[in-house]
Write a protein that binds this ligand. Sequence first.
Ligand SMILES: [Zn+2]
Length: 89
Amino acid sequence: MDDLSVQVPLSCPTCGCTEFSEVSGQDQDSADERRFICAHCGVAISRDQLTEANSASIDATIQDMGDDIISALSKDLKKALKRKGWKVK
Ligand SMILES: [Zn+2]
C-alpha cells in the first residue's frame, strides 16, 4: 500500500527529473523520514518535501490553465495519489 518507488511520477523541485532512488539504512528509527535522491541532480529530499513540492506544482498548473477539464483531471490525479498514501490538498 505504501510502496513509493522510482515509478511514482513525481518530479524533482530542483531540476524536474522524475527518477529517484530511495535512501535506506542510516537512520533506522525514523522510517517515516524516508529520503529520496534525485537521479539527475543528486538532491536529497524527504518524502514529505517531495509530496509538498509536487502538490504545489499541481496547483500551479491548475491555476495556470484555469480550465474545468484540467481541474477535473487533476482531481483524478489527486485521488490516485491519495490512494497511494500521499497527502494531497
Ligand atoms: Zn533533481
